[in-house]
Design a protein around this ligand. Structure first.
Ligand code: FAD
Ligand code: NAD
Length: 405
């Protein structure tokens, strides 16, 4: 019988989890496994707020994909996937094309700007190593030029963060530690710096535990963050942002740096390939396959699964992407071994921990609320666990977080 070919697009949490689990399970005579990723490296998306603020070097958040895959079993291709031609069972890459019997789409998310004018042009988003590096450099440049350029002097020291979801809050936590360092480095008076967080909802971290939210807000306010709650970004310009409370009150906030952390969507390849999707996310079947495409799995931020208890989609997280990778692997193995019964994906949510800089955090884990150094310790354990799940103890030793208080 002809060997089956499994192609995995994306070497993030979902894609690498699938590739590393498949290489342990599938015999060389059973299937060819191909992994496609646009970079030679994997990055920890969940650490990008640190690289963006400059509290962690971007090389700490990434590692060479070849260090975790068995190259005798998985063929790695560095290329960018452009489109899936489902009728031809083929993926168009920037530098060629590749056919498949089974496809796993794990291309992660992109920033969602909801059509708000000027955001794509003038705001930054924390999405990958390149954007993180650019944000870090941009902020540092504002401080470096504060004492040398008179033009828009005060705006240089104003940083606006759009969105007080987990990404916005974790980034603010890092800024809280980074800004005093930059002030010392470039002889800037800390009192001249403005960090403003604009959140459209009536509270920070909408839907999260109010007591923990209060702790986070108070911690960040002490570090100099000013919150504008119930206020939406309406437009971004070269000068800063326009915000509004309801329809009437409109105000301009001049800022040298605007970070848009107020929305994510699935990868644009999803819509380009004609999959039925909501903001680039495909509502997958319980076995993680795409309705009408029995040979295509979509996992991670490109997939949408419903939490039946509240009848709303699960938020896209690394935790879920990795668990989907495990289920997807078992289902692929069943298919290539001609078993018809596939496993239903059931998320096992162990909790949520939100860092507030490298030394503080809030969270709920295994049903228990925690704050401060205990929560911060838990966050580092979660980060190390993700490394362990994909690359084992050697990857934890190389990249793990051991700066435990
Ligand atoms: P990703 O891990 O993002 O990987 C996608 C991969 O696909 C990348 O390697 C990318 O380079 C590659 N790729 C993209 N497009 C192409 C293309 N066209 N061709 C080839 N390759 C391509 N979740 C948590 O559970 N806990 C957290 O603490 C947490 N913290 C976060 C902090 C930040 C700052 C952010 C932004 C997100 C955080 N999340 C967290 C969410 C989490 O990071 C995502 O849900 C998770 O990364 C999704 O995994 P994925 O496998 O779908 O995609
Ligand atoms: P999000 O969608 O969770 O939060 C975006 C926030 O922006 C919301 O609070 C929303 O009300 C606000 N917003 C939307 N439009 C706005 C506007 N025009 N002006 C001002 N505010 C506006 O996005 P996120 O924080 O990037 O998180 C994305 C995903 O990643 C989520 O699933 C999240 O759970 C996950 N994540 C998890 C962690 C963690 O577990 N520690 C950290 C980061 C991200």
């Amino acid at each position: 019988m002809r060997k089956q070919k499994i192609v995995i697009l994306g070497a993030g949490y979902g894609g690498l989890m699938t590739a590393t689990r498949l290489q342990k399970t599938v015999g060389a005579n059973e299937a060819d496994i191909v992994l496609v990723n646009k970079n030679e490296y994997h990055y920890e998306t969940t650490w990008l707020h640190e690289a963006s603020a400059g509290t962690l070097h971007h090389d700490r958040v990434r590692y060479d994909i070849k260090t975790v895959i068995d190259q005798n079993k998985v063929d790695f291709i560095k290329d960018t996937a452009v489109e899936v031609k489902t009728d031809e069972k083929k993926v168009i890459l920037e530098n060629g094309e590749i056919d498949y019997d089974y496809l796993v789409v794990a291309l992660g998310g992109e920033s969602e700007t909801f059509g708000i004018k000027g955001l794509k042009e003038y705001a930054f988003s924390i999405v990958n190593v390149n954007s993180a590096r650019q944000i870090r450099e941009h902020i540092e440049y504002q401080f470096a030029t504060y004492n040398t350029e008179e033009d828009k002097k005060d705006e240089r020291l104003t940083i606006v963060v759009g969105g007080a979801g987990f990404t916005g809050i974790e980034f603010l936590g890092e800024l809280g530690n980074r800004i005093p360092e930059l002030c010392r480095e470039y002889d800037v008076d800390f009192n001249k710096v403005k960090i403003i967080c604009v959140e459209a909802a009536p509270m920070v971290l909408p839907g999260f535990d109010p007591e923990l939210v209060e702790y986070a807000v108070s911690h960040l306010e002490k570090k100099g963050v000013e919150f504008r709650i119930g206020t939406a970004i309406k437009e971004c310009t070269t000068e800063g942002i326009i915000v509004g409370k309801g329809e009437e009150e409109v105000e301009e906030i001049k800022a040298g740096t605007v970070i848009w952390a107020a929305g994510v969507r699935g990868n644009s390849l999803i819509e380009k390939s004609g999959f039925e999707a909501m903001r680039g996310r495909v509502k997958v079947q319980p076995d993680l396959r795409v309705p009408g495409h029995d040979n295509i799995f979509i996992i991670g931020d490109c997939s949408l699964i419903i939490n039946e208890e509240i009848n709303r989609p699960y938020p896209p997280t690394a935790q879920i992407a990795m668990q989907q990778g495990e289920t997807c692997t078992r289902n692929l193995v069943s298919l290539i071994r001609n078993k018809t019964e596939l496993e239903t994906f059931k998320p096992d949510i162990k909790g949520t921990v939100c860092s507030l800089g490298e030394d503080d955090a809030i969270g709920v884990a295994f049903g228990k609320k925690m704050v401060g150094s205990k929560a911060s310790f838990m966050k580092k354990m979660v980060d190390n666990r993700a490394l362990y799940m994909i690359g084992g103890p050697s990857l934890v030793l190389k990249k793990g977080k051991f700066n435990i208080l």
